[in-house]
Structure formats: structure tokens, C-alpha cells
Design a protein around this ligand. Structure first.
Ligand code: OAD
Length: 241
């Protein structure tokens, strides 16, 4: 894989670095992505299960899907892509990782300055009282899990049709507006508002690099697009930081 001179220069000169990641960064760890053939579960699409209406209609079904995903993720490890991002964080004083992933693998790799736009699969929220708690049970003993107050717990995840946590999206906008390098990894760039962050960075003058297994709606907009596996391409970029 040839890394362009422009990319090398942008990395070498970068001071304020932002990574935006999606399901593709965890694919090589074994986490299924949402879209594409492997994104289906019992013939349901994520968009049919990850909604407040689906949960209202059938909390057991939705929790069965999350329980299946939690069981699948639990034994998995961060891959080379996650590790590069964690190591770039160590090298840069101005750094932020914005992830759409809920699997917690970035943190397992050592990332600290990480904004989780869509929540975390290892946390639950009481549907009555709203309190968030760690929940690492896998498999879950009871589905749906219940709060001590008697109400149903929900995954602490942002579903389709719901707003993102205000602080998370606000700090993401602020960071991309002032960054000078943004690297977008493994996202189909179709789910808003995350999908608009690369363009905001670009319009504000940042050099934007995309790393993805295939072309996406933002491929034509970015400064450089590298097609291939994140776990192979990110280590090639790392040495220029
Ligand atoms: P998608 O499943 O939509 O897209 C995954 C992207 O990763 C695709 O563009 C693939 O080409 C790419 N990809 C796959 N394997 C890769 C690899 N080894 N290296 C690099 N790229 C690879 O996932 P997201 O864009 O993250 O929301 O989806 C966005 C949101 O939609 C998710 O956060 C989730 C989902 O519904 C919620 O849960 C709220």
C-alpha cells in the first residue's frame, strides 16, 4: 500500500488529531459490522432492533439481540487498528477519539480520550429512573434485566430516532472544528450526525484521511482514501506520527 506524500506531511505536521471510528475497526477483532451480509441477526437488521419502538413492542427480543452481541464481544481483543489509535494518543497532546462503537474495545486497547457517541453495550439504564450502571453479565441471567426499582433496564445505547448525548456530540463538534488532522476509520458514513463530522473538519481546514474496506459516501470528499483493512493500514500510518 502506497502512502501519499500529502498524507505523510499532514501526519508529520499534525498537532490536533481526531480519529472517528465505526464498526469496521472492530471487524478484525471478530465483531460483526451492522451493514453488509454479516450484519443480520435472525433475519433482523440493526435498524429494526435498535429503536425505542422495537423495545417497547418486544423488550425480550431486543435484549436477546444485545445479549447475543455481548456474548460475542466478551472474549474478543483489540486488534492492531485499535492499538495504533491508543498509541497515537500517547504521542499527541491534543487528541480525541470519537467512536460510534459500543463494544468497549478502544478502552481495552488503552484509549482514554474517547467519546462514545452511541453509548456502551456494557452499561444499562433504568427506563424509569434513568440511572446508568455497569452491567457485565454475559450471558444475562434474566432477559429482560430488571432494575432494583422494578422497572425494565435498557441498554445504555443510542437508538435510531433518539438524540445523542448532548455533551458527547457537542464536544465532538468542537474538536473537529479545530483539528488539523482527522482520520476516519471503518464507518459506512451513513448514520448522522457522526457522518457529518468529517465534512465539518474538512470545511474547517483539516486534512482528512479515510481508511475503509470499501468506498463510502465521503470517499470523494476526503483528502486521501486508503482502501483496505484498518488493522493493516493504520500501522503503516503510525510511523509518521
Ligand atoms: P457499518 O456496519 O455501517 O459500516 C462498517 C464499515 O466498516 C463499512 O463501511 C465497511 O466497509 C468497513 N469495514 C469492514 N471491515 C473493515 C476493516 N477490516 N477495516 C476497515 N474498514 C472495514 O458500521 P458503522 O458505520 O459504525 O448505531 O455504523 C454506524 C452506526 O449504525 C452504528 O454505530 C450503529 C449502527 O446502527 C447504533 O448502534 C446507534
Amino acid at each position: 500500500m502506497h502512502i501519499s506524500d500529502e498524507t505523510i506531511k499532514a501526519i508529520q505536521n499534525s498537532e490536533k488529531v481526531v480519529f472517528l471510528t465505526g464498526a469496521g475497526i472492530s471487524a478484525e477483532s471478530g465483531v460483526p459490522t451492522f451493514r453488509g451480509e454479516e450484519g443480520l441477526w435472525r433475519n433482523f437488521r440493526a435498524e429494526e432492533l435498535a429503536t425505542p419502538i422495537a423495545f417497547q413492542r418486544n423488550p425480550k427480543l431486543v435484549w436477546e439481540w444485545y445479549d447475543w452481541r455481548r456474548n460475542l464481544i466478551k472474549p474478543l481483543y483489540p486488534n492492531a487498528g485499535h492499538k495504533v489509535i491508543a498509541s497515537v494518543e500517547q504521542k499527541k497532546s491534543s487528541f480525541k477519539l470519537i467512536t460510534q462503537n459500543v463494544d468497549g474495545l478502544h478502552q481495552k486497547a488503552g484509549s482514554v480520550k474517547c467519546v462514545e457517541l452511541h453509548g456502551n453495550i456494557w452499561k444499562t439504564r433504568c427506563t424509569e429512573e434513568g440511572n446508568v450502571a455497569d452491567n457485565l453479565g454475559s450471558p444475562l441471567k434474566n432477559i429482560p434485566p430488571m432494575c432494583e426499582c422494578g422497572a425494565i433496564l435498557r441498554p445504555n445505547i443510542v437508538w435510531f430516532g433518539e438524540s445523542l448525548p448532548v455533551e458527547a456530540i457537542q464536544s465532538s463538534y468542537e474538536t473537529v472544528e479545530i483539528c488539523d488532522l482527522m482520520i476516519v476509520v471503518g464507518t459506512s458514513a451513513v448514520v448522522q450526525p457522526a457522518a457529518s463530522l468529517p465534512r465539518i473538519a474538512k470545511n474547517a481546514g483539516a486534512f482528512v484521511i479515510e481508511v475503509n474496506a470499501e468506498e463510502t459516501p465521503i470517499s470523494d470528499m476526503v483528502d486521501d482514501s486508503y482502501l483496505g483493512k484498518a488493522g493493516e493500514i493504520l500501522p503503516l500510518l503510525e510511523k509518521y506520527f
